[in-house]
Design a protein. Structure first.
Length: 305
């Protein structure tokens, strides 16, 4: 929770420069409290697994969150019971007139396809455009990050020679940003993808900020619109066993499957994974909720956008 200090106390500016969250009395008295509305557009095949991964991270904030799940009308998932979808998810069309403080859009297993050839691309574009006027801050993950960068900023994606698969060291490029409060100079992030966006294309767009990258996995986190958009090329939300499940699912079935790098203890798939990303994942999501959602969203939710 924030430090609440007297108005104009010199320590306020000093602490802000150190990335410490402080709030003066004037701002504190002006604040009212209500639950933050978060909507998750879950495009992953195993929706229950992805829901659990994301809710686990979102639960680490002391703020009250109202979680909503969105689904596409133009796509029917094959790996999640229809009863689950009917009980917990709503079509985008039924949510179109609502406002949300935060939104998360997940990856999808369509990354090797041209965007316009994805069967639900038109609906995705509609949702992307809607998010800019109906959501305070949005996280775009993996394929959604690539798709968002392409739709909003014309950033292309490129096929990789081989799958980017494993846990890779990342470096913060803007360490004083609130999103990185409490971060070390380096942090780990899981990746599982066949395509990439490139640094030179990000830097060519002055509206974008490259805020984290890796020597091995490339572009890591891109920020747009001063934190209204975050594009994350990896999967900080992954549970410890996610890459293990994926590897063992595909090994012997596909001819392009390699062991995930920097993942198993002693690089031995018979041993359990070494979890090296969970602490920073919790920090990232807590910082996003605190600094880019809670601190920025209006109390009157109808004023978003």
């Amino acid at each position: 929770m924030p430090l609440r200090l007297p108005d104009r106390l010199p320590a306020i500016d000093i602490l802000k420069n150190e990335n410490i969250f402080v709030m003066d009395n004037s701002r504190a008295h002006a604040q009212d409290i209500r639950p933050l509305r978060i909507v998750i557009l879950n495009l992953m095949p195993l929706k229950i697994t992805t829901e659990t991964d994301l809710v686990r991270l979102l639960s680490n904030t002391p703020l009250q969150l109202d979680i909503n799940f969105m689904k596409l009308k133009s796509h029917t998932p094959k790996n999640t019971p229809i009863e689950h979808m009917m009980m917990f998810y709503r079509d985008f069309e039924s949510m179109r007139n609502e406002k949300f403080d935060g939104m998360i859009i997940t990856g999808a297993p369509v990354e090797t396809m041209d965007y316009e050839k994805v069967t639900y691309w038109d609906e995705i574009v509609d949702i992307f455009n809607w998010a800019r006027t109906h959501v305070t801050s949005t996280l775009y993950i993996c394929w959604a990050a690539q798709a968002g960068l392409y739709h909003y900023y014309g950033v292309p994606k490129y096929p990789l020679d081989k799958k980017m698969f494993g846990i890779f060291e990342q470096h913060t490029l803007q360490p004083k940003m609130p999103i990185f409060r409490g971060f070390d100079d380096k942090f780990m992030m899981p990746h599982s993808r066949h395509t990439e966006v490139r640094k030179e294309d990000i830097l060519a767009r002055p509206e974008l900020q490259l805020i984290a990258e890796s020597e091995d996995s490339g572009v890591s986190i891109v920020m747009g619109r001063n934190g209204r958009e975050f594009f994350i090329t990896g999967h900080l939300e992954y549970a410890p066993n996610t890459l293990d499940t994926e590897y063992k699912r595909d090994f012997g079935v596909r001819d392009d499957v390699e062991m995930p790098l920097n993942y198993y203890r002693n690089d031995d798939p018979k041993q359990p994974p070494m979890v090296t990303w969970r602490a920073h994942a919790n920090l990232f999501y807590s910082n996003w909720i605190n600094y880019y959602v809670y601190q920025e969203t209006p109390y009157d939710i109808t004023k978003i956008g």
